[in-house]
Write a protein that binds this ligand. Sequence first.
Ligand SMILES: Nc1ncnc2c1ncn2[C@@H]1O[C@H](COP(=O)(O)OP(=O)(O)O)[C@@H](O)[C@H]1O
Ligand SMILES: [Mg+2]
Length: 286
Amino acid sequence: MAKTPVIKAVNLSKTFKLSKDNEVIALHSVNFEIYSGELICFFGPSGCGKSTLLSMLAGLQPPTSGEVIVRGKNLATLKKKELAEYRRSKIGMVFQQFNLIISMNVLENIALPMAFGGMNRKRRMQRAEHLLEVVDLGDKKKSVPANLSGGQQQRVAIARSLINNPWIIMADEPTGNLDSKSADDVMKLLISLSRKSKRTVILITHNPDYLQYVDRIFRMKDGRIDKIEVNAKTAKVELVDSVSKLDKIQDSKDESDEIEEKSEPAFTSAISEIEEDKEELTKVKE
Ligand SMILES: Nc1ncnc2c1ncn2[C@@H]1O[C@H](COP(=O)(O)OP(=O)(O)O)[C@@H](O)[C@H]1O
Ligand SMILES: [Mg+2]
């Protein structure tokens, strides 16, 4: 059986027009496919187009030309509402700046992206609590971000990215603001999510130490993917045990697998259930 990619880029290009006759070509016609459960790393020097690429995969900005195809569906064909729903529930984003809401406690932060999905508060909080255990911070429920270390805040952000059981986790330099010990913890967590919980994880880093753990390295240079390297023997790493709890808390069956079977109708109908106000709230959150 032919494998369907989770996400695919077809001649994906992005040009920023700075003025009438000054433009930056951030991406030159990039092509690739990423499959379910893969841990992928976009690797390359600052300015080579990594963040631009990731933000287009996440539907945060449109390409200048080319296509992003997610489970067979071109993002450019989605209505505004559908795209907001894609960003909200199919993609879990983790950034270098943790982007937590400082006035909310850890549980509230984790539950936030679920507030727009119609699930009651009690259930949301329960789920957030489970996720907090998955990221090994079960004792920090009531803490506010200011009382956590950078590494702990990033783990909260990872828990938040998982709340809607996304298809793909995208992390843009998630260890960029962390000391090396915290960075290792965060990386182990992301690797565990990929290995133990079979999430698809797309990572951006410029730390070569982590390349040994990823399944494929997409080496980028000047807006192009220079080379795709397959890691024949993904190196051993001590995994984060708590991650195996994740599958138990995801609603009995794995939604992402189910949707893979009958991709289009499920995707479209899930999306069309979303009302206008939820989109507004999503914007506020972003
Ligand atoms: N919003 C923007 N407006 C203008 N230029 C941009 C914008 N975003 C990125 N760029 C340019 O696109 C190129 C790629 O940037 P980026 O994707 O941020 O690289 P990386 O994440 O690899 O460091 C750089 O030259 C950057 O200056
Ligand atoms: Mg970047």
